[in-house]
Write a protein that binds this ligand. Structure first.
Ligand SMILES: [Fe+2]
Length: 267
C-alpha cells in the first residue's frame, strides 16, 4: 500500500506520522510506503555552521559541506528505521541540499533515488517510479518564503535555512518533461512539494513562482489520476482538479483517490 502526507520539517510536524504509526500504519510492512511531499527536513541541521554563526555572526560556506547529524536527526532516523513502513520523500525547500548531495544515486522502481537508509529514500526530481502497479511522477523543490528571517539578510541565511538548489534548474525541468513525454504525459499520480499556480493559492497568502508556474504547465499537459503536494501548510482537497494539498492530516491512502470519479458516480 502507498500513503502520502504533507511536510514534516524534521521533528516539527511529525505528529501526524506518530499517530499513523499507532493506528493504520501499525499494520504495514517495509513493502508499504509513506511518501512525504517535501520539507521532509531529516537532513537539515548543520550544527557547525549554526554555532559558528552565533559566535562570530558570519557564514563560512565550507562548513555547509559537513554531514554531521544532529542528535534530533539521529533519533528521528532511528524512528523512521523502526517504523513498519518505508518512507519515501521528494525534496521541498526546507532541506539541507549540501548534505543531500553527498548521498550516492542508485536505481529504484524505475527511477533514480538516494538512499539515506534502507527505510528512508529520496525520490529525485523528474523521475517516474512504478510502485505497486501505479506510476508516480515526482518533482521536488519550491521557492522559500522565509529567506532572511533569522539574520535579516538573505546572503547570511544561505546554506543554513535556504539553499539555491531549492529551485529546480532548467536541466531538471527538461529532464522531467522528457520522462513524462516517454510516457505520453500519462501517469497515475503526481507528487510535488510546491503547488501548481493554477490552484487558488493566492487565497492562502502564497504567490506564484517559477516553480509553481512550471508545475502548472505540467499540470495542464499531463493526464493524471491525482496530484498530491505540500508547501502551503494547509489541508485541502481540490476534488474538481484532482489535487490535494497535505499538511497535518494523517497519511492518505492513494487507493482512495484513484477512482474518485467512479466512486462518486461522476462518470
Ligand atoms: Fe513547509
Amino acid at each position: 500500500m502507498v500513503f502520502v502526507c504533507g511536510d514534516t520539517h524534521c521533528t516539527h510536524d511529525i505528529e501526524k506520522l506518530k499517530k499513523f504509526k499507532e493506528g493504520k500504519g501499525a499494520q504495514l510492512t517495509k513493502n508499504d510506503y509513506v511518501i512525504v511531499c517535501g520539507d521532509f527536513g531529516l537532513l537539515f541541521d548543520n550544527p557547525a555552521v549554526l554555532t559558528w554563526k552565533r559566535e562570530v555572526g558570519q557564514f563560512i560556506s565550507s562548513c555547509s559541506k559537513d554531514n554531521s547529524w544532529s542528535e534530533r536527526e539521529l533519533n528521528l532516523l532511528k524512528w523512521y528505521d523502526n517504523a513498519p513502513w518505508t518512507t519515501l520523500w521528494v525534496d521541498g525547500n526546507h532541506e539541507n541540499f549540501d548534505r543531500i548531495e553527498l548521498y550516492p544515486i542508485s536505481e529504484w522502481h524505475g527511477g533514480r533515488v538516494q538512499k539515506i537508509s534502507d527505510s528512508v529514500i529520496h525520490l529525485m526530481r523528474g523521475e517516474i517510479y512504478d510502485i505497486d502497479g501505479h506510476s508516480y511522477f515526482c518533482m521536488g523543490g519550491a521557492q522559500s518564503t522565509d529567506r532572511g528571517t533569522i539574520t535579516g539578510t538573505e546572503w547570511k541565511d544561505e546554506g543554513t535555512i535556504w539553499w539555491p538548489r531549492e529551485i529546480p534548474t532548467d536541466v531538471e525541468w527538461e529532464y522531467a518533461n522528457r520522462n513524462l513525454a516517454q510516457r505520453d504525459y500519462k501517469v497515475d499520480f503526481v507528487i510535488t512539494h510546491d503547488v501548481p499556480s493554477g490552484i487558488d493559492i493566492g487565497a492562502f497568502g502564497y504567490r506564484s513562482s517559477k516553480v509553481s508556474e512550471e508545475l502548472e504547465t505540467i499540470r495542464t499537459v499531463t493526464d493524471f489520476k491525482w496530484w498530491f503536494c505540500g508547501h502551503m501548510h494547509i489541508d485541502r482537497d481540490y476534488f474538481w482538479k484532482h489535487l490535494s494539498v497535505l499538511y497535518n492530516r494523517e497519511p492518505v491512502n492513494v487507493e482512495e483517490y484513484i477512482d474518485w470519479e467512479v466512486d462518486n458516480e461522476l462518470v
